[in-house]
Design a protein. Structure first.
Length: 195
């Protein structure tokens, strides 16, 4: 029991030790100065600086206005560990002109993504890497090149291929596409249905 309590205490300390760098990274990512954040939150610039440098521990009365300014949930602001909630928190981001939403977070397991490919993303840039990819077109149309094959897939169609072959997928140049992608690590196949 004492070991479990000590381990949990170490985890809490580890999370608290990283709060300052997370606050600084969020502020800088939004292009804000300490003075900007101070003006918006009512927290002094010197207090914000000490928080970011780890010279002061964050309190709830400081974190709540910071979460509002940075527009992130409090648990994300402090990097709180997962509490066993099985729901995946969807956080879209932009990657190479596409909107990408990770749907799974288990390291070493197949990774699932929802990808929105804009209409203008239609110039092929073939690549190769280890693994297997499975694609399902949710809406729109997408162009898929695998090796020598150049295909047009409609909503509801599925493709699966070895990613060691030169490949690319994107828009057909006319409409955007929403795609569900499941990428399996090397040697692991991802199937569209029962084996």
């Amino acid at each position: 029991m004492a070991f479990v309590e000590a381990t949990e205490g170490a985890d809490v300390r580890s999370v608290l030790d990283r709060v300052g760098s997370r606050l600084q990274a969020l502020r800088e990512a939004r292009g804000l100065t300490l003075a900007d954040v101070s003006e918006r939150t009512g927290v002094s610039s010197s207090t914000l600086s000490r928080l970011e440098n780890g010279q002061r521990r964050a309190s709830l009365e400081v974190l709540l206005p910071l979460a509002q300014v940075y527009r992130v949930p409090l648990d994300e602001l402090v990097g709180a560990p997962e509490t066993g909630d099985p729901r995946v928190r969807l956080r879209p981001r932009r990657v190479n002109g596409r909107t990408v939403v990770p749907l799974a977070h288990q390291p070493g397991m197949p990774q699932a993504w929802k990808i929105v490919v804009p209409r203008g993303h239609s110039v092929p840039r073939l690549k190769t890497h280890e693994g297997t990819e499975w694609l399902y077109v949710l809406t729109g149309r997408m162009r898929l090149i695998v090796g020598e094959r150049d295909l047009l897939l409609q909503a509801g169609e599925v493709a699966e291929f070895d990613t060691r072959l030169p490949h690319w997928f994107g828009s057909d140049g006319e409409i955007e596409a929403e795609i569900l992608s499941i990428f399996g690590p090397q040697g692991e196949r991802v199937h569209a249905g029962p084996s």
